[in-house]
Design a protein around this ligand. Structure first.
Ligand SMILES: [Zn+2]
Length: 103
């Protein structure tokens, strides 16, 4: 169970400060109302509403758009996995516009 102190500590350790503006926080909140569960966990048949983050399917640094067509709700575990893939740590096929690898 996360205490307020833990949550504050987590927020201050957020490694993505460029997304922390009020505009992003509004978009993030609006998206999480629509997609309140980790979409990757759901794909595995698991319902997970803990430690949710809104990820960009195509990273902004790769030219992804900052709008809902490019958002995906991920728990922190799946977000880390995805980020590792984005950084080239795992060899993966391209991700399609629907957020799934192109096979
Ligand atoms: Zn997940």
């Amino acid at each position: 169970m996360a205490t307020i102190q833990n949550q504050l500590a987590w927020k201050s350790g957020d490694p993505t400060p460029r997304r922390r503006g009020s505009t992003w926080m509004r978009k993030r909140a609006a998206w999480l109302k629509k997609q309140p569960l980790c979409q990757d966990c759901m794909a595995e048949g698991v319902v997970n509403a803990d430690d949710l983050e809104v990820d960009h399917v195509i990273p902004l640094f790769k030219g992804g758009k900052d709008n809902e067509s490019n958002y995906r709700t991920r728990c922190s575990r799946h977000h880390k996995l995805k980020t590792a893939q984005d950084m080239g740590h795992v060899i993966r096929p391209e991700i399609g516009v629907d957020g799934w690898p192109i096979e």
